[in-house]
Design a protein around this ligand. Sequence first.
Ligand code: G6P
Length: 383
Amino acid sequence: QKVDKGHFRHFMLKEIYEQAEIAALWVGKHLAKARIDSKYLQSDSLISLSLDDEVFEGIERIQILACGTSRHASLIGAYLLEQFAGIPTSVFYASEFRYAPPPLLSNTLTIAVTQSGETADTLAALQMEQKRLEARADPLCNSCQLGITNRPDSSLTRQVSHLLYISAGIEIGVAATKTFLGQLLTFYGLTLAFAERRNSCSKSELRALVTELQELPYYLRKLIKEHDELCANLAENFDDVRGVVFLGRGINYPIALEGALKLKEISYIQAEGYPAGEMKHGPIALLDPEVPVVSIAVPGRVFSKVISNCQEAKARDAKVIGITPIGPETKLFDMLLPIPEVSEWLSPLLTVIPMQLLSYHIACHRGLDVDQPRNLAKSVTVE
Ligand code: G6P
């Protein structure tokens, strides 16, 4: 299948823009029939995920194996599965898991997440887990494996009995963008499906998340366009930086990790992603006028704490860029990338956009090869 850049300067930018359409297709496929009335949970299944009951019945815990950006999507998936659907969930670097797995436990769903379906460490970690299970004299009931990938023709597809295909279209840019969003949407779907079957949250909570997800394509369309311009203007402020610290908390902590990874991958700027509450245990020593802070501050459980972390950063003369809805706190920030006011649950699907566009424009401003960054490969098929 031939893919071209269309009118875009780079594949990465084209793929960032495609995210609104990917969300629209996902909503159309999985949530169009979700009825927002008092009875909808008792009738049809909320979403059709093409998974058989085996995956849902009796699962007591989930472990997720992934690398790179796929691991960051998995961390958000784990937050959703634990906090919304109530299932204990752990995320492992596949490269670590394959040599130091936790003891085997029954009723465990293992999910391998890889956009390419070819990452050697992820495939090997999954295979190792399958072998450990087969080697047991007493089969562990309900332990099964699920793959999440963008490539139905991949090695992963041949290795697992259950597969969720993220349908993001082929991604050319080495730095993953639209496949990250596709992976996130898959985790939202899985979370809704588990939550619905297990009654882990109230109907009104489920309904609120479904309603927000249905509006996601609209939010994304607007946000991508606005932030493309804003980030292009902001990029020159990063000419003389020595490093950048990305802060986020809760469901947005993995977005801080992803923001730092994106910047390293394509701009070659040293960047740290940190949970905002940990700033005082190390990164605060880095801060000065040449080390800006990008702070994801989304109203919710820890909003006031994140704001006070930003005040601490400002007190060390660091420039603070806020990814936050416009409100009374906005004046605190030196630069602003405003996002719509949505629930914390939905927020990572929006806060990731400025992360992608900021790193994209900083790399362009530096004249770097955005689609083919040095030393990196789209999929790493060796250990
Ligand atoms: C490489 C790519 C990253 C990607 C990682 C995992 O390092 O450069 O963008 O996140 O592999 O790839 P996967 O195909 O397993 O998601």
